[in-house]
Design a protein around this ligand. Structure first.
Ligand code: SAM
Length: 440
């Protein structure tokens, strides 16, 4: 029999009151996690949707289900000048979140003990809503999204995620086992966590559930939160891509993008993405984003989270994709470096690479993709000026000609067209990876 919604909510509240999530120490520095800052930066999502760069100053951001405030801190750090409002059912979590933001010197943040359903009691309106690791706890995700939509500004963006029922299948089996044993009847604490460890350790290593879910990371004090969040997680549920899109349909929201969009590329699952089997090559361009993501999920369910951005329908600005731009479009373009790359470390390393004539490995500073991405030192020279402000293509071409006045082979004066083409190729690549933004 299904647990009544109010009883389940109370169980969830108790779980996070006794073990606020995540257990990240108060002094953990967000600057050490550039890829998390990148995801939490409103600029990233806004550009994907509108091909425009937004100023985060004065924006109002909701961290819905803020837990111990680690993500609220990332939001505050990644979005200079924005106000952060965090809400959570659990009083203990809210206390920690408040303490965390104070500790790091952010005074433009407030936290409240509230549930998502309480949001409508206030006249708040948000530019961005972060609802991380929470939506999957709701019985009706469409309804929860609907509530968030009601407090979202017309141009606003929601980031949320669901647990994948396919990727996480074995943990759901494990949760069922421990539910049957009664370990989740009340609030699972040290006693229940100890029983999980004892049972899993006592099973033969080749027992399927153990082989597929258990490892030494679950042992000791550090393993406790992992046990709670995987084996004894009250209200945890799994969803598919279809469920996710059904949620958008119920709430009348528009899908914008997966958060880790580069890792959901169907063609990358093939040995030769440029030489796909004919059937796939022909049908893929005809299929919807939903179908493509669904195929990816069925073929390669490696992502624990179906992590997405969405917004009000028809509020995105229409634009021509960069790959389809004409030369005239390129001449008008303004090139921006992603704000998460505008750091003193990047500046120092860029200058060292230019002086020592060695490649600048941009992916080391912002590891948002698995492979290494580097830029040759003369191109790096152009990036330095982007640290201070956006530049036109024409001024970047001029800059490049300063460092490469002569063609290194013919020793003739650098050809303007050739310079333009080389920079265009570099920016096309960096844009597709999410390192630069190109505003027409
Ligand atoms: C897994 S934690 C995620 C915390 C944080 N968002 C993060 O990703 O680090 C889920 C949080 O959502 C809170 N929560 C659960 N149901 C909620 C609801 N209906 N309204 C507000 N908060 C809720 C819990 O108390 C808990 O702190």
């Amino acid at each position: 029999m299904a647990v009544p919604a109010s009883e389940l909510l109370e169980k969830i509240r108790q779980q996070f009151d006794s073990a606020p999530y995540p257990r990240v120490s108060l002094d953990s520095n967000p600057q050490d996690f550039p890829n998390l800052l990148y995801i939490h930066n409103l600029v990233t999502a806004y550009y994907l949707r509108n091909q425009k760069v937004i100023d985060t100053k004065g924006k109002v951001i909701l961290d819905a289900g803020c837990g111990s405030g680690w993500k609220s801190l990332l939001l505050a750090e990644a979005n200079p000048g924005a106000k952060i409002i965090g809400i959570d059912l659990s009083e203990e979590s809210v206390k920690l979140a408040r303490q965390r933001l104070e500790f790091h010197g952010f005074d433009n943040a407030e936290f409240h003990i509230l549930g998502i359903d309480d949001l409508l009691k206030y006249d708040w309106e948000f530019d961005y809503i972060n609802c991380d690791e929470l939506l999957y706890l709701f019985n009706d995700i469409g309804k929860a999204l609907q509530v968030m939509k009601m407090v979202l500004k017309p141009e606003g963006i929601i980031r949320s995620n669901l647990h994948s029922s396919i990727q996480r299948f074995n943990y759901f089996r494990a949760q069922k086992v421990f539910k049957m044993m009664g370990l989740m009847d009340g609030n699972p604490e040290d006693l229940e966590m100890g029983i999980v460890v004892e049972i899993m350790n006592a099973l033969k290593d080749k027992v399927n559930l153990k082989a597929l879910t258990w490892n030494s990371n679950y042992e000791g004090e550090d393993g406790k939160q992992r046990i709670l969040m995987n084996y004894l997680f009250q209200g945890d549920k799994g969803y598919t891509i279809t469920d996710m899109f059904n949620g958008f349909r119920t709430a009348n929201l528009e899908f914008i993008s997966m958060v880790n969009w580069k890792e959901w590329n169907l063609t990358n699952l093939f040995k030769e993405p440029d030489n796909l089997p004919a059937f796939i090559g022909i049908s893929l361009p005809e299929s919807s984003i939903e179908e493509q993501l669904q195929l990816f999920e069925l073929m390669h369910p490696v992502h624990r989270l179906l992590d997405f951005w969405c917004g009000h329908p028809n509020q995105g600005q229409s634009f021509v994709p960069v790959q389809e731009w004409s030369d005239a479009d390129w001449e008008k373009v303004k090139v921006h470096l992603h704000p998460q790359l505008k750091t003193s470390d990047v500046r120092e390393e860029l200058i060292a690479c230019i002086r020592e004539i060695r490649p600048f490995v941009i992916s080391e500073h912002l590891p948002i993709i698995e492979e290494s991405v580097s830029i040759d030192s003369s191109m790096a020279f152009c990036l330095v000026s982007l640290l201070d402000e956006a530049q036109s293509m024409l001024s970047l071409v001029e800059r490049w000609k300063q460092i490469r006045p002569l063609d290194p082979v013919t020793l003739e004066a650098t050809d303007e067209e050739q310079a333009f083409y080389l920079l265009q190729q570099m920016f096309l690549r960096l844009e597709s990876l999410g390192y630069v933004m190109l505003e027409a």
